[in-house]
Design a binder for this molecule. Structure first.
Ligand SMILES: *[C@@H]1O[C@H](CO)[C@@H](O)[C@H](O)[C@H]1NC(C)=O
Ligand SMILES: *[C@@H]1O[C@H](CO)[C@@H](O)[C@H](O)[C@H]1NC(C)=O
Length: 629
């Protein structure tokens, strides 16, 4: 009797087979354009994980790509995932797939949560890119533009400072400098200066500007040699390579220079270098080394005591200084001369690998350490004692993220939940309505309530509810339900908002779809007739849970039988086709008769070409290019 339901899965199975080359991407019925990356997650100890979400910005090529060069649309851009790697927010449509960097949560503007990131420059140079501040309703609050002569908004850092009026960014600018430092006073060579700006987030005006000119000499660089031939300006040497900037309450700036392997504290008052940590001229007696580091930021900074977190790459494409990359927390004491620098925490990359490019390190509020190892989105969370609590990476090897952050966050999208409803069945008495629902970026939905109407403005009739278990939830209602709406419910059973009213999709040709009945197919049923007894059942069984849907016993056992049939059929299909990895989870929601299953659906269109990632030697040069005059 329910075989058609199982058979209706066959086209889906076929799609999974046909598209298995991209089974490292998620698919959603309610968000057909988005193919978010899947994460492979290993939890070693869930109980000690910090609460919160992951903030990643996958890209396939570090430089901007023409849209037609993308592997597919909508993997590139800002994305939020939960602790299990389930999608929470797909943000790549906001800037149409443009490369995104330094995507992170912001909680220092007011009591609400915000997001910030950098949109990369356009592949055709028609736009320089910008910094973005977005509110928790996913509405853009600020777009911070490049207002000077620079080629682009540099990809490394965009940090909103407390109060939200200003933000920090890195700058790259070419210039000719004198080579007196190398004993060649009459000569000049082209270098890329490393600098930073503090910008007004409303007007984009530059409030403070600093760069390495006359402050960081060529001999501090690990890539300039006294005997090197002079660089013409168009082939300027990226001699310092700034990759992070932070600011403390005292108003001084902490910057990381990859190609001097040095972290500098810059005076906010007059721009002089207050001290150097690491490199050839460290101001500190250090009990450790680091090199080619990324993401130096203050954990604490108070007078003469500073605590700093660093992603210590320990090498780069040219050389390895240490065998394993690590995340470090270091404590500096500047009350003595020379100052002292000690490692107070070190976590090695759990797979003992090297992150030769990029990366991030973050001390979480519960004192866990969250490290982003960049390539393929590899990331790990560590307990204060160093225990590895979680490792994860993209299922795909075509994508990486420059940094990754973890934080609590509350998102309340202004757009309503997305709903797709469809009716199937072979005869009038055997119809059911599948309802897919998702709400991109809504973090507080605990369950969904489903409603149908007998006409577009009819009274909504409650037809069931189910817990939210993933980005997208499927609910199956008995009968031909139409004029569907879905309401998001939070943990406290309060409404978060409702979708628009959606018509249920029907087969284009009911007869061809196997319907035995009137040629023009069945008509929508009055939901009140099928579901009207729910209140009565509730009263007679004394079930006191108002959130639980209730049905007459006959409806319940039918739906349960249906669930079993679908489950058995999908098992059979899986065995017949030998499909590993095709998982249909069918569950009967406790005593209610609602079937949930998750299936992969074919994307609606594929206008993007499959182009393998270009992993050349250009990775660093790409960033230098971002400074071209
Ligand atoms: C649920 O209620 C508790 C207690 O009133 C409150 O602290 C919490 O913020 C509420 N949660 C949500 C998601 O509204
Ligand atoms: C739905 O979620 C609530 C709260 O987490 C839980 O108590 C309940 O058992 C869940 N219901 C089902 C059917 O899983």
């Amino acid at each position: 009797m329910y075989l058609w339901k199982a058979l209706s899965l066959l086209p889906l199975v076929h799609n999974v087979v046909a598209n298995s080359f991209d089974d490292d991407l998620m698919s959603f019925v309610t968000l057909p354009g988005v193919r978010a990356l899947k994460f492979n997650v290993e939890h070693h100890d869930r109980t000690r994980l910090a609460p919160g979400y992951w903030f990643v910005a996958p890209y396939s090529g570090i430089g901007p790509e023409a849209p037609t060069q993308k592997y597919q649309q909508f993997q590139v851009g800002p994305y939020i995932y939960d602790n299990d790697g389930k999608l929470v927010w797909a943000g790549s449509p906001v800037y149409d797939n443009r490369n995104t960097f330094d995507f992170k949560p912001v909680h220092n503007i007011d009591d609400d949560w915000y997001l910030s990131w950098i949109v990369g420059w356009k592949h055709d140079d028609s736009h320089k890119g910008n910094g973005v501040v977005m509110d928790h309703k996913y509405q853009i609050k600020n777009e911070v533009q490049v207002v000077n002569d620079l080629h682009d908004f540099n990809m490394h850092e965009f940090t909103v400072l407390p109060g939200g009026k200003t933000a920090l960014a890195c700058t790259y600018r070419r210039m000719m400098i004198n080579l007196a430092d190398f004993g060649r006073p009459g000569e000049e060579t082209g270098v890329v200066l490393g600098g930073f700006v503090e910008l007004d987030t409303t007007t984009s005006q530059i409030i403070t500007e600093w760069d390495s000119r006359d402050k960081i000499a060529p001999h501090e660089s690990e890539i300039l040699k006294p005997e090197d031939p002079n660089h013409p300006i168009e082939d300027a040497a990226d001699y310092v390579h700034i990759n992070s900037v932070d600011k403390n309450a005292a108003g001084d700036y902490l910057i990381s220079m990859r190609f001097t392997s040095t972290i500098y504290l810059i005076s906010g008052a007059d721009g002089h270098i207050i001290w150097r940590l690491g490199g050839k001229e460290s101001s500190f007696i250090q009990d450790f080394v680091f090199s080619q580091q990324h993401d130096a930021s203050f954990v604490e900074s108070d007078g003469t005591r500073h605590v700093i977190s660093i992603l210590n790459n320990g090498g780069w494409e040219g050389a390895e200084v240490e065998p394993i990359s690590s995340a470090l927390v270091v404590e500096l004491d500047t009350s003595v001369t020379p100052g002292t620098a000690k490692v107070i925490r070190r976590v090695n990359r759990p797979d003992k690998g090297m992150t030769k490019l990029r990366g991030s390190a973050q001390v979480l509020p519960n004192d866990n350490l969250f490290a982003g190892w960049s390539e393929w989105g590899y990331q790990s969370e560590h307990a204060p004692n160093g225990d590895v609590l979680m490792t994860a990476r993209f299922a795909s090897e075509r994508f990486s993220t420059y940094r990754t952050y973890k934080s609590e966050f509350i998102g309340r999208p202004k757009t309503p939940p997305a709903v797709v409803a469809a009716v199937y069945g072979t005869n009038k008495d055997d119809l059911s309505t599948t309802i897919h629902v998702s709400w991109n970026g809504a973090t507080e939905v605990a369950s969904w309530k489903f409603y149908a109407r007998s006409w577009d403005r009819g009274t909504p009739v409650f037809i069931g509810s189910t817990n939210k278990t993933d980005f997208e939830t499927l609910f199956i209602a008995n009968g031909y339900m139409d004029w569907i709406s879905v309401e998001g419910i939070d943990r406290n059973d309060s409404s978060l908002g409702s979708s628009d009213v959606h018509r249920s999709k029907t087969p284009m040709d009911w007869k061809a779809a196997g319907f035995r009945g009137a040629d023009n197919g069945p008509s929508p049923e009055n939901p009140a007739v099928i579901y009207s007894t729910m209140e009565d059942v509730q009263a007679s069984t004394g079930n006191g849970d108002p959130a639980a849907p209730h049905r007459e016993p006959g409806v319940y056992s039918d739906a349960k039988k249906l669930a079993q049939d679908v489950h058995q059929a999908s098992e059979l299909i899986r065995k017949v086709l030998g499909l590993l990895g095709f998982i249909v989870t069918v569950s009967v929601v406790g005593g209610v008769g609602v079937i949930l299953f998750r299936v992969c659906r074919r994307r609606r269109m594929r206008s993007y070409l499959h182009v393998p990632q270009d992993e050349g030697l250009l990775t660093e040069q790409m960033q230098v290019q971002s400074s071209r005059v």
